[in-house]
Design a protein around this ligand. Structure first.
Ligand SMILES: *Cc1c(COP(=O)(O)O)cnc(C)c1O
Length: 370
């Protein structure tokens, strides 16, 4: 099987992790944690970085920082991972969904304003699959209506919107460093913000809201969402290669673009003129006129030794939310099409050119002989 993604771990990661182990700083304090937080925040153009246990918990902290009242609303795309919506519902808020743009698969910004009510408190754009959401209109709408922005940048390490780095565009942004993301700490995440007060609150929430002046004294409920110095050491080593990693991901995508551009029956990922796409994954859409959906196509590719992953299933199609009385009978046709017809193909950092060619050969073969 050609795997859809494999992490690339080098001798440098081993060196820094070993250094950490030998120093005894193996828990949630230490020089690698500080370095990782500072270096990642700086890379994204933000003042503060608060490392946490994963991207899902980063979102939970980010939404807690909004201080929602029950039934307050947060606007977000339906086409994303459940972590976004559940972070809102955990805080007794209501996710309000937006369909996707059919061309770039990002949140359709033209639909946002019609969803704003007196209860709307924030917009949560999610940059999907390595490509930025169309941020300027989102920032403008937020400004006009006094809304906060939580940027979910878990899939866009190093991507840019109109020359500005993703993860540095909102009031609060979140990242994941899961093993399949552009850089990884195994499991890990981070909350970024420019605001001193929010950063302090996020640090407190991450660590059970211990009061600084009086240990074991609490006036808020927090979480244990701490990241370890060992994980941060892994992250620091990965971050040293950030530029190479982004270049490699883009190079892989360019090879695919070239080899697949004339293949009928599929749509390829795009890069808008205002975007620098880091192609976290390489997603393709199988057109309906092939008579196949993504599942059929994935099965055929699996028979040829090629692993794939399906696209997200929209939040409005999730039984768990229907049980909570959310999104019942709501329809988002673009996201539904992406879920039915979309899948992503092997494009991890360890893939070889010959494997990319093999994948393209298999795709062409299936589409011409079905
Ligand atoms: C991966 C991801 C997350 C969650 O990160 P974990 O570290 O897996 O919890 C959140 N949002 C998006 C858009 C993601 O792709």
């Amino acid at each position: 099987m050609i795997p859809v993604s494999e992490p690339l771990v080098t001798a440098r990661e081993v060196e820094l992790v070993l250094d950490c182990l030998k120093s005894g700083w193996i828990s949630s304090a230490g020089k690698y944690l500080e370095r990782f937080e500072n270096e990642w925040a700086t890379y994204c153009g933000m003042k503060h970085g608060i490392a946490v246990s994963n991207g899902t918990t980063a979102l939970q902290i980010a939404v807690r920082l909004l201080d929602l009242k029950p039934r307050d609303e947060v606007i977000m795309p339906t086409f994303t991972i459940i972590s976004c919506a559940q972070a809102i519902t955990y805080c007794n808020g209501v996710p309000v969904l937006i369909d996707s743009d059919p061309h770039n698969w990002q949140m359709d910004v033209s639909q946002i304003e019609s969803k704003i009510t007196t209860r709307t408190r924030a917009i949560m754009p999610v940059h999907i699959y390595g490509h930025p959401a169309d941020m300027d209109p989102i920032l403008e709408i937020a400004q006009k209506h006094g809304l906060s922005i939580i940027e979910d940048a878990a899939e866009v390490h190093g991507a840019e919107y109109a020359g500005r780095r993703c993860g540095g565009l909102g009031d609060i942004s979140v990242f994941s460093f899961y093993a399949n993301k552009l850089i990884t700490t195994g499991e890990g995440g981070m909350v970024l913000t420019n605001r001193d007060d929010l950063a302090e609150q996020a640090r407190s929430l991450r660590n059970l809201c211990f009061q600084k002046s009086r240990r074991f004294f609490h006036d808020e409920l927090g979480y244990n969402f701490r990241l370890t110095n060992i994980q941060a050491a892994l992250g620091v080593a990965q971050l040293e290669r950030m530029e190479q990693i982004v270049d490699r991901k883009r190079a892989i995508a360019h090879v695919y673009n070239e080899l697949l551009k004339d293949v009928p029956g599929i749509e390829l990922p795009v890069e808008e003129p205002w975007a620098k796409n880091v192609y976290w994954v390489y997603g393709i859409i199988v057109k309906e006129n092939t008579g196949m959906n993504a599942l059929d196509f994935a099965q055929k590719l699996a028979l040829k030794g090629i692993e794939t992953r399906p696209f997200f299933l929209g939040m409005h199609e999730q039984p768990v939310f229907h049980k909570m009385g959310l999104f019942v009978d709501e329809k988002y046709p673009v996201a539904e099409r992406l879920a039915r017809q979309g899948l992503y193909i092997p494009a991890g950092l360890t893939i070889r050119e010959s494997e990319i060619e093999q994948v393209c050969e298999a795709i062409r073969d299936i589409l011409t002989n079905h």
